[in-house]
Design a protein around this ligand. Structure first.
Ligand code: PRP
Ligand code: URA
Length: 192
């Protein structure tokens, strides 16, 4: 987290670190998923093993959430993947949805919304509304840096969503950026 925050950290290192933090978050957020017992043959004998038994859907929020997707799929390779494209207006900080392609009938799935920054919570609320409209009832948000304002907002408008975050920061500035934060995650990830 210290190198992710540091303003001089170059893009390639930023990507590696985003991936590493996401692996840790994803391990925590998936550890109670239901498993089913089964058996496999090792070279020596039968072994009882456990496999994930629930349907898992990962939904990265474009753009910045793309920096979390590979790590999530490394841990849960069988996950289905959907996308929401959301962008905050630079003046008002209000989110606008410009793209959506998400698997349907989400009632049976555990859905992992991947968005590294939870600032005002407007983007996450929009994504959670969209997922709710597709039937999702179990949604977990994986965020790398969160502001208390965003957490409070989501606990009001979407109390059933569970938030996993690597850092809970101090607050927002007047442009709705997280302090101390790490700046604009999408710009740092993609070098824009
Ligand atoms: C960032 C971030 C979140 C959103 C958080 O995306 O990835 O989606 O801001 O802010 P909020 O909680 O106040 O809604 P941004 O709109 O900058 O788009 P980008 O990923 O394309 O850079
Ligand atoms: N989006 C970002 O990328 N950074 C912030 O601090 C807030 C929203």
């Amino acid at each position: 987290m210290s190198r992710l925050r540091e303003r001089t950290t170059p893009c390639d290192e930023f990507r590696r670190l985003a991936r590493r933090v996401t692996l840790l978050l994803a391990a925590e957020a998936t550890k109670d998923l239901p498993v089913a017992e089964t058996e496999v043959d090792t070279p020596l004998e039968r072994a009882r093993v456990r496999r994930l038994s629930s349907r898992v859907v990962a939904v990265p929020v474009l753009r910045a959430g793309l920096g979390m997707l590979d790590a999530f799929l490394e841990l849960v390779p069988q996950a289905e993947v959907g996308y929401f494209g959301l962008e905050r207006n630079e003046e008002t900080a209000e989110a606008r949805r410009y793209y959506e392609k998400v698997p349907k009938d989400l009632a049976s799935a555990v859905v992992f919304l991947l968005d590294p920054m939870l600032a005002t919570g407007g983007s996450a609320q929009m994504a959670l509304d969209g997922l709710g409209g597709l039937g999702a009832v179990q949604v977990r948000l994986l965020s790398i840096v969160s502001a208390p304002e965003g957490v409070a907002h989501l606990s009001e408008v979407a109390p059933e969503a569970i938030i996993f975050t690597a850092a809970l920061d101090r607050g927002l500035n007047d442009r709705k950026y997280i302090l101390p934060g790490l700046g604009d995650f999408g710009d740092r990830l993609f070098g824009t």
